[in-house]
Design a protein around this ligand. Structure first.
Ligand SMILES: Cc1cc2nc3c(=O)[nH]c(=O)nc-3n(C[C@H](O)[C@H](O)[C@H](O)COP(=O)(O)OP(=O)(O)OC[C@H]3O[C@@H](n4cnc5c(N)ncnc54)[C@H](O)[C@@H]3O)c2cc1C
Length: 488
């Protein structure tokens, strides 16, 4: 027997292909004649509650774990499931299980939220006390946060220069290709655990058929998107009634898919459409794939921002001067927004899509978040929390980035004086009102422009709809928000 037995600790990377930690563990364990590999996932409801993880996301994670268990079994790697209610007990259980199964090394893929980094540091030091080598790998991003810096050696805070630096690095290393599936390992004799059907406190009302679990599903969705929808992506991506985006975000959040796999599929589609393409295929060629890759890089960017500015994980504004803003407190407005009963159809459609599907189209995320922070003048942290508690793709870096963008408190944020006119957004991006009618059935029979603003309807018609009046006056709200920011 050669090699060292290793434990791979899975977290937000539930796949066997292109998984750096799994790959390294298998490489050091030595294959079929080696020392064997054991996998672990820790169910920690306390950690999930503390981080507002949505039940719909946990259900997708459980479905993904069932598939992962089978995929790992094909490699002779048993998946252990440990249950620990309290986050502080997690490092101990990882090292205890590694010891119990005679593992000399532990591998995991790094996560960059503050609490996760602390947990991982605690795991590394516990492992060291037992003479075990515990290694974190770069996997969630293509490039380790901190490796791309401005000319002054700082983390980037503006997206476009970050993207340019990313492209340059990508070209200089000849691209970053996904890893394949590692080779099968030696039998360990360790029995895999059962994956629970449900976790108390994390049961959702969203139809599970919307989000089947597992990396084969994720890859099939990616391939379908790359074959059919990536070329016209740029023209279609802003219209919530048109299924023109990939809807892959839940799979990226569960880690059934990696950034590298997304970029590789987009490059392939780009090269297929442009066989004689010269230049870097991540930035040159057809607009659709190039634009889509640049969206994936927003996710990468926000992880780099979170790693460079940990305050954004701690309820702090990126632009610290904006912390002087005194937001309104209005339980009435908060409840109306959460329930999709603001009286503004496009906002209500988005909020109800979130409740029905655990997902919301990006354009409508921007509209609902901007309405919350500027028209309602409510603290962005409350909206961020509600999104996290309901999104199947809830991901702190992107959610925080999106909220702070909308609130004009973040990196590269919307300038405070450029406040979306919710009604014009609705007319522009849901011109026929199909998206609104889909999610707001009370308005199904409203015809013409009134679908965007039912207050235009004659009184009698309006009174027949079970639909509320808006709670705030748009023009006054806009002036008020601008004044608040101007004074900073
Ligand atoms: C207020 C607000 C909150 C958000 N919260 C989240 C969140 O919790 N989790 C999350 O994954 N995304 C979040 N986003 C970003 C974006 O809305 C979603 O990633 C996107 O709607 C997912 O749909 P898709 O997979 O069809 O995207 P596509 O258009 O197909 O894009 C492909 C991938 O690129 C990434 N991406 C696209 N747009 C963005 C963006 N603006 N910022 C970061 N990554 C992006 C996503 O991973 C997405 O899956 C938020 C945006 C806003 C404005």
């Amino acid at each position: 027997m050669s090699g060292r037995r290793a434990l791979v600790w899975f977290r937000s990377d539930l796949r066997v292909r292109d998984n750096r930690a799994l790959w390294e563990a298998c490489a050091s364990a030595g294959g079929r004649s080696g020392a064997g590999v054991v996998a672990l996932f820790v169910i920690s409801p306390g950690e999930w509650r503390a981080h507002d993880v949505a039940p719909v996301r946990i259900e997708l994670i459980l479905r993904s774990l069932r598939v992962l268990r089978k995929d790992l079994a094909k490699l002779n790697i048993p998946l252990l499931i440990a249950h620990r209610a309290k986050p502080e007990d997690v490092p101990g259980v990882v090292i205890d299980l590694a010891t119990e199964h005679r593992c000399e090394a532990v591998h995991f893929n790094k996560e960059y939220e503050v609490n996760e980094q602390r947990r991982d540091a605690a795991t590394i030091s516990r492992g060291r006390e037992r003479g075990m080598r515990v290694t974190g790998h770069t996997d969630q991003t293509c490039i380790e946060p901190g490796e791309l810096r401005t000319g002054e050696g700082r983390f980037f805070t503006v997206y476009t220069p970050f993207k340019k630096a990313f492209y340059k690095r990508w070209e200089s290393v000849g691209g970053i290709a996904p890893l394949g599936t590692p080779a099968a390992q030696a039998e360990t004799g360790v029995k895999a655990s059962d994956v629970p059907e449900t976790i108390p406190g994390f049961v959702s009302k969203v139809d599970p058929a919307l989000w089947p679990g597992g990396e084969d599903e994720a890859l099939a969705r990616l391939q379908k998107f790359a074959a059919r929808s990536i070329l016209p992506y740029k023209e279609r991506r802003d219209f919530p009634g048109d299924p023109g985006t990939s809807r892959l975000s839940p799979y990226l959040a569960a880690g059934s898919l990696s950034h590298r796999q997304c970029i590789a599929a987009a490059i392939e589609a780009n090269l297929a459409a442009n066989p004689k393409l010269r230049g870097n295929p991540i930035e040159a060629g057809s607009e659709g794939p190039v634009c889509w890759m640049s969206e994936v890089l927003w996710r990468e960017f926000y992880v780099h921002v979170m790693a460079g500015f940990p305050r954004v994980c701690m309820n702090r504004a990126f632009q610290t001067k904006t912390e002087r803003i005194v937001w309104d407190e209005s339980p009435e407005r908060l409840a109306a927004w959460k329930a999709g009963r603001t009286g503004v159809p496009i906002v209500d459609a988005g909020m109800r899509q979130l409740l029905r599907e655990g997902w919301m189209h990006n354009r409508v995320r921007m509209i609902t978040a901007m309405y919350f922070t500027k028209d309602y003048f409510l603290d962005w942290r409350l909206g961020e929390k509600w999104f996290m508690q309901n999104l199947v793709d809830g991901f702190l870096a992107s959610n925080n980035g999106g909220w702070q963008w909308s609130a004009s408190t973040g990196t590269d944020a919307a300038p405070y004086f450029r406040i979306f006119n919710t009604y014009s957004q609705s007319e522009k991006f849901d011109a026929a009102g199909d998206y609104i009618r889909e999610y707001v059935p009370e308005l199904r029979d409203v015809e013409g422009p009134a679908i965007h603003d039912p207050s235009q309807l004659p009184g009698l018609l309006r009174s027949r709809l079970d639909y509320p009046e808006p709670l705030v006056d748009r023009v006054k709200a806009r002036t008020r928000a601008i004044e608040a920011f101007k004074g900073l």
